[in-house]
Design a protein around this ligand. Sequence first.
Ligand SMILES: C[S@@+](CC[C@H](N)C(=O)[O-])C[C@H]1O[C@@H](n2cnc3c(N)ncnc32)[C@H](O)[C@@H]1O
Length: 247
Amino acid sequence: MADPTPDERLQKEFNQWAQAGEGEKMERHHLDITEKTIRHMQLRPGERVLDLGCGSGWATRLLARLVSDGPEGFWQVVGLDVSDEMFRQARGASKDFENILYVWGSAEKIPWEENFFDKVLSVESFYYYPDQDRALMELFRVMAPRGRMFILINLYKDNEYSLQWVPKLKVPVHVRSKDEYIELLKKHAFEKVEAVQIPDDTPTPENYKTTSFHSLDDLKAFKRVGALLLMASKPDLRTPAPGYTVY
Ligand SMILES: C[S@@+](CC[C@H](N)C(=O)[O-])C[C@H]1O[C@@H](n2cnc3c(N)ncnc32)[C@H](O)[C@@H]1O
């Protein structure tokens, strides 16, 4: 049998997370930093939004509420995930939303048309993508001219406490610094590249048992230093569709 592709490895790993109920639990861990990120997004009714690596879809539903009532009607928010089990859970939990469409697929091959999304959110997913360059090319392609993306990353060099989980992960990850990420986005021709740190202000109960950190103090320090939020815009240009040639 052929070796699994990197996407198939991610699919298998995150299917196991989903079956273990981790998809829903992540809402608790990521809600505070995601709400702060959503404030930066300045969403308006009618905007088309992509939630890349949407997991169980809790953030997708937050986005859908904020852009509803727009003129576009259906499918203003698309949630994409490489795990079909996450995708199923997200779809099952979003039956009441007429403006969400979940898609099973990879960030490295986004099954969507060019120049579409006004905003992109990605919560705790980007460092898993084996080929981040490919994912950025895909984001650039599917984003609307002047569209803006918001990538939230909990695992990065400038938060030294986050590095404690790397050996515990069963799939390879990228560990870059804030400056390295800024360079990467600029290399892909994104404009208005900004990076800010978003602390997690949720209280940590004194009896909380952490398996990811060496100690409760390290977990608290990790939350204080916070996640990295990368923000960047596509220039005011339209990406040609594949096969499009100007004679
Ligand atoms: C840590 S979880 C975060 C999920 C969700 N954003 C949240 O905050 O609850 C990472 C998610 O990224 C997805 N993912 C990983 N690699 C991916 C890829 N190449 N393309 C699309 N999704 C991917 C996983 O399946 C998983 O659902």
